[in-house]
Design a protein around this ligand. Structure first.
Ligand SMILES: [Zn+2]
Length: 163
């Protein structure tokens, strides 16, 4: 994806207030992120471990989501699969919940998804990061096809949050 500035990222949030978007923590090392290899940039809030954020591009516009990670549960120790990139992990997938945009969100509605806990789907898909699992689920898809699938899943999630 195209590199984004802090200001662009803050302006891209769709499911939190302008004040929250202004205050939340954005990585300081944006210039050093591997943008060429990213379908989305995701990060944890260093001040609030139960919060995470991600920014991606949808129809050529940056769109960012504020996410909550509920307390870890027992299922996290089992192998599970990321709903975005379909990578298999042992304990590396977390449930993240996005409040819905607009009125629906103010009324407490949210959308959840199981996603790589380190928000590194793009790197797993490209084989730039490994889950450490000895036996990996083999797929016949090419990297390009996996990237497309990850982007489609992400777009579908964004659409659910904003619909
Ligand atoms: Zn993933």
């Amino acid at each position: 994806m195209k590199p984004l500035t802090e200001r662009e990222i803050r302006a891209a949030f769709v499911n939190c207030t302008k004040g929250e978007a202004k205050r939340l923590s954005v990585p300081r090392d944006l210039a050093d992120r591997p943008w060429d290899d990213l379908d989305y940039l995701g990060w944890r809030d260093p001040q609030a471990p139960d919060r995470a954020y991600l920014v991606t591009e949808l129809a050529d516009r940056p769109r960012a989501l504020a996410l909550r990670c509920p307390a870890p549960a027992s299922w996290q120790t089992r192998r599970s699969m990321c709903s975005m990139c379909l990578t298999d992990h042992t304990g590396g997938v977390v449930l993240m919940v996005a409040p819905k945009a607009g009125k629906a969100g103010q009324q407490g509605n949210s959308v959840g998804t199981y996603i790589c806990g380190d928000l590194s789907c793009s790197l797993y898909v490209r084989g730039k990061k490994d889950t450490g699992l000895a036996v990996r689920f083999r797929e016949s898809l090419t990297v390009e096809e996996k990237i497309r699938r990850t982007k489609d899943n992400l777009a579908a999630f964004l659409t659910k949050v904003t619909s």
